[in-house]
Design a protein around this ligand. Structure first.
Ligand SMILES: [Fe+2]
Length: 278
């Protein structure tokens, strides 16, 4: 029997502001720290620890849908980035690790296109505390719009700028699908459960999150840098990609025009050379 796909209702309210959405375009990564209550974390962990556990069943479990998938902080962030009536997952994976496990390789998941748009989100939920001993996933913020061949990523080891998902129980990570990531080495004897799924867009993008009337498209900072994407060249490479993604999310793709040279959007964070914005 085909699984009936569920969508978020009209009661789900967006929680992210213009700046929050722009920051997601810059990093491809959003941490909702410890938002799911301990009472939920406990029953989910116990459910996953049963011998006959089938994580996929959680997508049709009304309690899980209400307490995790539609938790106001989780659904509010997703509603901001994917619009109204976003599609809930029809599958769920548990990235379960038992005892010491070597690190996995850097990769992007199948189908990653590094597009400057946002039609789906990859989400991770930690029903237990993630210490650096339990093999937390590593992400490279800003990498979601930097095309790379998967076989090239295979050769990477420690990357300056990588972020480990060390976080308390109940934390949720919302990520752009194409972000570079890997599981780090698990060093202890414990059992680590981590759920992963995707949410999908069902409506065209538009700027219907928490709009800030003072947000200025002309002067917003569209650049992103960290210890990996460092130096002037790499920092400025991010600018057109981030700006294009943000305009797409606003439903303003038709208004996105690079003026060329050092003009907008390159000039946005440098008032000394500011040119006209679209
Ligand atoms: Fe992956």
């Amino acid at each position: 029997m085909a699984l009936e796909v569920q969508r978020a209702g009209a009661d789900v309210k967006p929680t992210l502001t213009d700046q929050d959405v722009l920051d997601f375009c810059r990093t491809g990564f959003l941490l909702l720290e410890g938002v799911i209550p301990d009472s939920t974390n406990r029953w989910v962990f116990e459910h996953l620890d049963r011998e006959d556990a089938q994580p996929n069943q959680l997508v049709t479990d009304a309690r899980f849908v209400e307490e995790v998938l539609l938790h106001p902080e989780v659904a509010g962030a997703v509603r901001s980035l994917l619009g109204q009536n976003f599609q809930l997952p029809d599958w769920m994976a548990n990235h379960r690790l038992v005892g010491p496990v070597p690190a996995a390789r850097w990769h992007v998941d199948g189908g990653s296109g590094f597009e400057r748009l946002c039609n789906l989100l990859q989400v991770f939920y930690l029903p237990q505390e993630n210490t650096k001993e339990v093999g937390p996933t590593l992400f490279l913020p800003g990498s979601h719009i930097v095309p790379i061949a998967r076989e090239e990523l295979d050769h990477f080891g420690h990357l300056a700028g990588q972020v480990a998902t060390v976080a308390p129980a109940g934390s949720v990570f919302v990520t752009a699908y194409s972000i570079w990531h890997r599981q780090s080495e698990k060093r202890d004897q414990s059992v680590r459960n981590m759920l992963k799924w995707e949410f999908w867009r069902t409506v065209p993008p538009r700027r219907d999150w928490v709009v800030d009337p003072d947000f200025d498209f002309a002067s917003a900072d569209y650049s992103y840098t960290n210890d990996y994407f460092c130096g002037a060249t790499r920092k400025w490479q991010s600018v057109p990609r981030v700006a294009e993604m943000f305009y797409w999310l606003c439903g303003k793709s038709d208004d996105f025009h690079m003026v060329g040279g050092s003009g907008w959007p390159f000039s946005a964070s440098d008032p000394g050379i500011r040119a006209k914005s679209p």
